[in-house]
Write a protein that binds this ligand. Structure first.
Ligand code: NFS
Ligand code: SF4
Length: 633
C-alpha cells in the first residue's frame, strides 16, 4: 500500500485493516468513510442546541445566513459557550476518576486489597494539608487526607488546595484574573449554569470561566488522580517494557486492559499473578496470562508494573482483529461502543465493569471495590475460560513491537538528575541540573506532547513527526496519554533513541541515562508535567510563562483534551494544536485564543494541521522565550 493511502503510520496496522476488510468486519475507517464531509456548522462551533427554540445555526463568517440565534446569541457567544461546555465535560471526566481514587484511599486498610504503597508521599501531603501525623496510624492519616480531597470537590468556601503548589507569580495572575477554582464540582456546575439559555453571552467571560474550570482539572482533579494513585499504587520508577500489538502472545491468554482508572487495573494485575489463576490458565492449555494495556489504563499499569503496551486509542479495534484476545476489560472513557459488534466477530469477550460506562451488548461484570481482588479474579477467569473458543484460522499477530523505558514520575526524573550533581557543592533531589542545562542552552527547551488519535490525522503521524523534529533540535520531550504510547511504539522512549537527538540533548541523555522522550504516564499525569514545570520555574525565580516550554496536542479528539489545553494555557504554557478546535466560526474567539490570551496568562494557542509547520512554530516560540529569559537572568 502506498504511503499516502495509509491511514496509519504503522504498516502492521494497515495489515490488520486489510484483514478486517477480508473478513467483512467493520472498523472505524469504514465508518469514517461513511460519515462523508462533517457538518460545517458543527465543525466551526456555530451550532447551538442548548434550548428547544433551536437548534440554531449561524454563519456570520460568510456573511450570509443567520447572524444570530433565535434568542439573539451571536456566533461569539455560541462558540464560546460550546467550548466552555467541552471544558466542563473534560474536567468532569478527569475529576470523577480522581474522586473514585480518593474514595479507594478512604477505604484502604492494612489487611485489605488496597494498601498504602508510598507512605512518604502520603506523609508529605499530610504535612502540606496540615493533617496531624504524630503518633497516628498511617491508615488514619490516609483516611483523613482522603476526606479532605473528597471535600475539594464540593467545599463551600476557599479555593483548591493544590493551587498553592504553583509559582508565586502564577498564583498572582490567577487571583487577579479571578480564575482561582473554588471547588471542582462547583466550577463544572458554574459552567453548566452560565451556559444555560439566557445566561452569560460575553465570550471573554466564558473563556475565563472555562479557564477556571480547566484549572480545577489540572490543579484539582487530575493532580488528585495522580498523587493519590501514587500513594496507593506506588510512585513510578524507570522500568523496561515493550509496546505495540506484537506484544500479544499466541500461546497465552491475552487480556486487553483498556480505560482509565488504576483501581481496577491494579487488581487485575494482582489477580493475574495469583498462582491459582495461573494454574487455571494452564489447565485450559495456555502457557500463561498476558496482560496488555491500551489507552491510559495501559499507561497506569505500564508505569507501575511494566505491563506491556498493546497500543493506543486507534488500536482498540485492531487488537480484537488479531483474533487472540480472550477479553477486553474496560472501565471508563475512550472506549469505542463498536467493541461490541467487533468482538462479536471473534471469540473475544468485551467486559464492562463500571456503572458509569455500560455499553450495549457487552458483558457487564460490575467491579466492586469492596471486594476488589475477588471481583478482578472473576473477571480474569472469564477471559481464561474463553481461551478454548479461539478460532485458529482467524489468528494474526503483527510482529512489531519496540523496547521502551518508562516510569518517569517527577521523583524519578529528579533521581536521574542527581547523577550529575556534585554533592559537595549542590544539594541532591532538586531540578537544578535541568534548570542549568536549559539556562546554558544545552537543551533549548522542553515540550509536553500529549493527547489522542484523530482520524483527521494519519494515526500517530503527527505525534512522531513532531517528537523527532523537537528532539533533533535539542528540545527534550515529555509525554503522556496516547501520544506517549505512540512514542513507545515508535521506539522514541528507548534510550537508544538518543541517537536521533541533537548533540545537546544527546549529551544530557547519556549523562543522566534517560531516553530523549520521557513517558510520564496517563493523561491525568499531565499534572506531573505541571509540577515539573512549576518546580523549574520556582527554582529559577520566574513564572511558567517565562520558560522555553510548550504544550502540544497533535492528534487530540476528546473533551478532556480541551480541558487540558485550557489549564495548560492558564498555567502559562503555550499550547500547539494539530487539529482545529470547533471555534473557527467566531473571529473574536479565535483572536482571544491565539492572541489576547497572552496578555492575560502569558500563553496562547497556536493552531496548524501541518505537523511540520507546527513544529517550526514551536521552535520559534521556544527561541523567542529563551531570548527574553536570557535578558532577564
Ligand atoms: Ni487522554 Fe486517556 Fe488517549 Fe485521548 Fe483517551 S486514552 S485520558 S483522552 S484517547 S489521550
Ligand atoms: Fe438558539 Fe439561543 Fe436556544 Fe441556542 S440558546 S438554541 S441560539 S435560541
Amino acid at each position: 500500500m502506498s504511503e499516502t493511502k495509509m491511514v496509519s503510520l504503522d504498516e502492521m496496522d494497515e495489515q490488520l485493516i486489510q484483514k478486517a476488510e477480508a473478513e467483512g468486519v467493520e472498523t472505524m475507517w469504514d465508518r469514517k468513510k461513511a460519515m462523508k464531509a462533517p457538518c460545517g456548522f458543527g465543525e466551526k462551533g456555530v451550532c447551538c442546541r442548548i434550548c428547544a427554540m433551536g437548534p440554531c445555526r449561524v454563519s456570520p463568517v460568510e456573511g450570509k445566513g443567520a447572524q444570530r440565534g433565535i434568542c439573539g446569541a451571536t456566533a461569539d457567544t455560541i462558540v464560546a459557550r460550546n467550548l466552555a461546555r467541552m471544558i466542563a465535560a473534560g474536567t468532569s471526566a478527569h475529576s470523577d476518576h480522581a474522586r473514585d481514587i480518593a474514595h479507594v484511599m478512604h477505604m484502604a486498610s492494612r489487611d485489605g486489597n488496597y494498601t498504602i504503597k508510598d507512605e512518604r508521599k502520603l506523609l508529605s501531603l499530610a504535612e502540606e494539608w496540615e493533617v496531624n501525623t504524630e503518633g497516628r496510624d498511617i491508615y488514619d492519616v490516609a483516611h483523613e487526607v482522603a476526606e479532605i480531597a473528597l471535600n475539594e470537590f464540593g467545599k463551600p468556601f476557599g479555593t483548591l488546595k493544590f493551587l498553592e503548589r504553583a509559582p508565586e507569580p502564577r498564583k498572582k495572575i490567577w487571583r487577579e484574573l479571578d480564575i482561582e477554582p473554588r471547588a471542582i464540582d462547583r466550577e463544572i456546575a458554574t459552567i453548566m449554569h452560565s451556559t444555560h439559555m439566557g445566561c452569560t453571552s460575553d465570550a471573554e467571560s466564558l473563556l475565563k470561566i472555562g479557564m477556571r474550570t480547566a484549572l480545577a482539572d489540572g490543579w484539582g482533579g487530575s493532580m488528585i488522580g495522580t498523587v493519590f494513585s501514587d500513594i496507593l499504587f506506588g510512585t513510578p520508577v524507570p522500568r523496561e517494557t515493550e509496546a505495540n500489538l506484537g506484544v500479544l502472545e499466541e500461546k497465552q491468554v491475552n487480556i486487553i486492559l483498556h480505560g482509565h482508572e488504576p483501581s481496577l487495573s491494579e487488581m487485575i494485575v494482582m489477580a493475574a499473578q495469583d498462582p491459582q489463576i495461573i494454574k487455571l490458565a494452564e489447565e485450559v492449555g495456555a502457557e500463561g496470562i498476558n496482560l496488555a494495556g491500551m489507552c491510559c489504563t495501559g499507561n497506569e499499569v505500564t508505569m507501575r508494573h511494566g505491563v506491556k503496551i498493546a497500543g493506543n486509542f486507534f488500536q482498540q479495534e485492531l487488537a480484537v482483529l488479531t483474533g487472540v484476545i480472550e477479553a477486553v476489560i474496560v472501565d471508563v472513557q475512550c472506549i469505542f461502543p463498536s467493541l461490541t459488534p467487533i468482538t462479536d466477530c471473534y471469540h473475544t469477550k468485551f467486559i464492562t465493569t463500571s456503572p458509569k460506562a455500560k455499553i450495549t451488548g457487552a458483558t457487564h461484570i460490575e467491579f466492586n471495590e469492596e471486594k476488589a481482588l475477588e471481583s478482578a479474579k472473576s473477571i480474569v477467569r472469564e477471559a481464561i475460560e474463553n481461551f478454548k473458543n479461539r478460532k485458529k484460522e482467524k489468528v494474526f499477530i503483527p510482529q512489531t513491537k519496540n523496547q521502551a523505558t518508562l516510569g518517569y514520575s517527577v521523583e524519578a526524573i529528579i533521581k536521574q538528575l542527581d547523577r550529575v550533581v556534585n554533592s559537595n557543592i549542590d544539594p541532591q533531589g532538586t531540578v537544578k541540573p535541568l534548570a542549568d542545562v536549559i539556562k546554558a542552552g544545552v537543551l533549548r527547551g522542553a515540550a509536553g506532547i500529549v493527547g489522542c488519535n484523530n482520524p483527521k490525522v494519519k494515526h500517530d503521524y503527527s505525534h512522531i513527526e513532531i517528537m523527532k523534529k523537537l528532539i533533533a533540535n535539542d528540545v527534550i520531550v515529555v509525554t503522556t496519554g496516547c501520544a506517549a504510547q505512540a512514542a513507545a511504539k515508535a521506539g522514541l522512549t528507548s534510550k537508544d533513541a538518543a541517537k536521533l537527538a541533537g548533540k545537546g540533548l544527546q549529551a544530557v541523555c547519556e549523562l543522566v541515562d534517560i531516553p530523549p522522550v520521557l513517558h510520564m504516564g496517563s493523561c491525568v499525569d499531565i499534572s506531573r508535567i505541571l509540577t515539573l514545570v512549576g518546580e523549574t520555574a520556582k527554582h529559577m525565580g520566574v513564572d511558567n510563562c517565562d520558560l522555553p516550554v510548550v504544550g502540544v496536542a497533535p492528534e487530540w479528539m476528546s473533551e478532556k483534551a480541551v480541558a487540558i489545553a485550557n489549564y495548560v494555557i492558564a498555567s502559562g504554557i503555550d499550547v500547539f494544536l494539530g487539529v482545529e478546535p470547533p471555534v473557527m466560526g467566531s473571529a473574536a474567539v479565535v483572536d482571544m485564543l491565539t492572541n489576547k490570551l497572552e496578555e492575560m496568562t502569558g500563553a496562547k494557542f497556536f493552531i496548524d494541521t501541518d505537523p511540520h509547520k507546527l513544529s517550526a512554530m514551536m521552535l520559534d516560540r521556544i527561541e523567542e522565550k529563551r531570548a527574553k529569559l536570557e535578558a532577564r537572568l
